[in-house]
Design a protein around this ligand. Structure first.
Ligand code: GTP
Ligand code: MG
Length: 197
């Protein structure tokens, strides 16, 4: 798929106000600073469609972008960011769970994890939650430019080992780097192949 157009549509903290159109959507989620917004910019060939920052917690709302006038790409705030208050965390959890429970047009979630780190409980818990709610997802390993190929393989295998303790199969996954444009074609092809529109 070639991305011919990418338009910001709306930001929301309220799931009921998200676009009502029956346009298929794909949501990008993961810990703060994992590289969600950067990945969205890479996929859409835009430098700053989604705002990025070295400081975690940049994306605070549910952001809908319309791609090729055919599907929504959704940038979500990061979870597991220690420096926000407890009440902010609670509100956030509520709207993320609401988002995933209510968006019937969601085709798939992409759970982003930093390839450099060992499997983290917060990510594993989130994947388990998605599985329990029958929400399809793929894993996107980010920042692959930071590791050598051998280390990438080892880190993916670490994830596989941990996940296979509770899952029958390793979920579908992609290895990506936004700065080196790694994984872009595979990801766009997957979206193209699964898009019902
Ligand atoms: P929040 O919105 O705060 O949850 O963060 P985010 O997940 O959207 O991350 P963002 O895209 O803002 O990137 C966070 C930091 O990681 C920025 O400093 C990016 O430049 C850097 N980064 C993102 N992707 C890559 C990558 O593929 N390679 C490298 N080396 N750095 C990256
Ligand atoms: Mg962001």
């Amino acid at each position: 798929m070639q991305i011919k157009s990418a338009e910001f549509v709306v930001s929301n903290s309220d799931v009921s106000k998200c676009p009502k159109d029956r346009v298929p959507e794909y949501a990008f989620i993961g810990r703060s600073n994992v590289g969600k917004s950067s990945l969205i910019n890479m996929l859409t060939n835009r430098k700053s469609l989604a705002k990025t920052s070295g400081r975690p917690g940049k994306t605070q709302l549910i952001n809908h972008f319309l791609i090729n006038k055919m599907w929504f790409l959704v940038d979500l705030p990061g979870y597991g960011y220690a420096r926000v208050s407890k009440s902010a965390k609670k509100t956030f959890q509520k709207f993320i769970t609401e988002y995933f429970s209510k968006r019937e047009q969601l085709i798939s979630a992409f759970v982003l994890v930093d390839i450099r780190h060992k499997p983290q409980p917060v990510d594993l818990e989130f994947m388990t939650w998605l599985g329990e709610h029958n929400i399809p997802f793929s894993i996107i390993f980010t920042k692959a430019d930071k590791l050598k190929p051998m280390a990438i393989e080892n880190h993916v295998n670490d994830y596989r080992d941990v996940l296979l303790e509770s899952w029958e199969d390793m979920p579908n996954y992609f290895v990506t780097s936004s700065s080196k444009e790694i994984g872009k074609d595979e990801l766009l092809k997957y979206i193209d192949d699964t898009n019902t529109n």
